[in-house]
Write a protein that binds this ligand. Structure first.
Ligand code: FES
Length: 280
């Protein structure tokens, strides 16, 4: 992976080159580094994150929602929930922001080759899983069956809806959708993602699972996967802890024996199971 700045606390200047609505209150920002050489050299892994700054307002960490293989721009799905995200939502194409990263470890995609992959994405938590899905779809024969469970509180909060048809059309790939509160025209499942996973019951044989979402969802997802025969060593999670520096200096993301920003945010569940109690 290539870091965009030699000083990890110094953001690189970047320009917003695209913005689109992804879901209610959630926008997808397409960002290009201003330094053309750094932009061309930028490499990151699915599951890594970056600190994005709105100058004069602040900085926040966001999972990277794109893959290096699909272009030189970096994409972030940003939910309007605080001062930094509010400032970013008021920006448009051409505006300048700061980007610090890529940070964190990312998913060991090579380790997953040859295995069936079960993905559980909840709400905006699905954003860092999109690069995992894209990587599998772009190297479809390297991986086994792909089963995606995608959830949100309501249909208008589902992210990347414009890609579902493509995901579904790929060989050996299933997409299952659910929302907590359906609208009258919602044609899919209503209810918890764990209920849906339990009813579809993907096989645990030669499989791994990947979950990203709110801590409470991760906790119940792990219980459901255990019922289906997945061991803790087969389950991978990406955690959304409170982060500040992103580089292991401030201690804010400390979770028992690990720092989410540098040891993670991607973990094999076996490694963090004992700490999750304090996290939820
Ligand atoms: S965010 Fe500062 S140590 Fe992890």
């Amino acid at each position: 992976m290539t870091r965009v700045q030699s000083n990890p606390m110094m953001p690189s200047l970047a320009t917003i080159v695209g913005v689109r609505d992804l879901a209610t209150g959630i926008k997808l920002f397409q960002v290009a580094l201003d330094d053309a050489e750094a932009s061309a050299a930028l490499r990151y892994k699915p599951g890594q994150f970056a600190e994005v700054s709105a100058f004069g307002v602040g900085e926040s960490p966001f999972g990277i929602a794109s893959t290096t293989a699909r272009g030189e721009t970096i994409e972030f799905a940003i939910n309007r929930i605080g001062t930094v995200t509010d400032a970013l939502h008021r920006m448009d194409v051409g505006d300048k922001i700061g980007v610090r990263g890529p940070l964190g470890n990312g998913f060991p995609m090579d380790e997953f080759k040859g295995k069936d992959i079960v993905i559980l994405g909840g709400g905006i938590g699905g954003a860092p899983l999109r690069p995992v899905i894209h990587t599998i779809l772009d190297h479809r024969t390297d991986y086994g069956k792909l089963t995606v469970f995608w959830a949100a509180r309501s249909p208008d909060l589902l992210v990347f809806t414009d890609e579902y048809e493509d995901w579904r059309s790929r060989p050996d790939t299933e997409l299952h959708l659910t929302v907590d509160r359906a609208t009258p025209d919602w044609p899919y499942q209503e209810g918890l993602i764990t209920t849906l996973v339990e009813s579809v019951a993907p096989s645990a044989e030669n499989a791994i699972s990947i979950t990203c979402g709110p801590p409470i969802m991760i906790r119940f997802a792990m219980l459901t996967l255990r019922k289906l025969g997945f061991s803790t060593g087969q389950n991978w999670v990406t955690l959304e802890a409170k982060m500040k520096c992103g580089i292991g200096k401030c201690g804010r993301c400390n979770l028992g024996g690990v720092y989410v920003c540098t040891d993670g945010p991607v973990f094999c569940f076996a490694k963090v199971e004992q700490f999750l109690e304090s996290f939820v």
